[in-house]
Design a protein around this ligand. Structure first.
Ligand code: KMH
Ligand code: ZN
Length: 289
């Protein structure tokens, strides 16, 4: 069998997963830095982060940027990894008018990538910010422009096929440079069902030149990662999407989930991308601060 393209593994920290749900979720800056290093050691080349309350692990209710900046600076001192900050967090407790400024500033914290939801949707489970998450077309376009200006590559988070159309529109209008990198977020309920058939349909809708990754929630995380790896895509695993290593057994670290993916990848003949290879494959550049 021919050598397949290196697999880019994104590890997550845990967004709104708190210590009440799992005692293993990293919450303090120190814990997040050490957890990132463990995930990189296990094979992750990207880490995706939200600002967390260091005591509880819940989303930070104040200005998230100082916390995110500390994550970036401390991780950079500790380990080589591609840092991907969310644009989705930081809305709890912050008024709508403030979001734009927060995202603009966040593009200058030193992350190489930032995730951005490609539409407004109903949440699939209760959330502190309410029943929907809001991402209007004008917000999406503006925030993509902020990222491009700062040298940050957007990771386009898509939850249904309409959001794939939004990605195509942004590319056609030259808002973001080709090729795009998309994350198929398979949340079930209000968005994509986590099935191979859904993924096949998604792949029919994007140009071959785009890179893509899959994340699925709960018990679907690892099976859908295996499908994505088999089909030449990339994967995201970690507590943001799933806290279990196997049925009824909590993962003791995000790194255990990364290790699980690496074992499957080896059997599938997918080499694991280093952070350097990931930067090359995704065309990342050093961001301005
Ligand atoms: N929490 C995930 C289902 C983001 O942070 O920009 C979606 C996500 C989006 O990771
Ligand atoms: Zn996220």
């Amino acid at each position: 069998m021919d050598e397949m393209e290196p697999l880019i593994i994104t590890a997550t920290g845990g967004e709104y997963v708190s210590r009440a749900e799992t005692p293993h979720v990293p919450c303090t800056v120190e814990e997040i830095v050490e957890e990132t290093a463990r995930c990189v050691e296990a094979g992750a080349s990207i880490v995706h982060l939200h600002a967390k309350d260091p005591e509880t692990g819940k989303p930070w209710r104040g200005d998230p940027n100082p916390i995110l900046k500390e994550y970036v600076d401390r991780i950079r001192e500790r380990v080589d990894v591609v840092i991907n900050l969310t644009t989705g967090g930081g809305r709890v407790g912050n008024p709508l008018e403030r979001w734009d400024e927060l995202v603009r500033e966040r593009c200058r914290l030193g992350a190489e990538m930032m995730s951005l939801n490609m539409g407004t949707m109903n949440r699939w489970m209760p959330h502190p910010t309410g029943e929907i998450f809001l991402n209007t077309l004008s917000m999406i376009e503006r925030w993509c422009r902020y990222m491009v200006e700062a040298g940050v590559k957007p990771e386009h988070e898509v939850y249904d096929t309409g959001m794939i159309n939004v990605c195509r529109m942004l590319a056609e209008r030259g808002v973001v440079p080709e090729p795009l990198h998309v994350q198929f977020v398979m949340v079930g309920r209000t968005g994509f069902l986590p099935t191979p058939k859904t993924l096949l349909h998604c792949l029919d809708l994007i140009p071959e030149s785009w890179s893509w990754s899959v994340c699925a929630l709960g018990r679907h995380e690892i099976p859908m990662a295996a499908v994505a790896m088999t089909m030449g895509g990339h994967v995201r695993v970690g507590f943001e999407d799933n806290i279990y290593l196997r049925r009824g057994v909590l993962a003791e670290s995000n790194a255990e989930l990364v290790e699980k993916v690496v074992r499957i990848a080896k059997e599938l003949n997918r080499p694991i991308a280093t952070p350097g290879e990931t930067r090359e494959m995704l065309g990342l550049r050093k961001p301005s601060r």
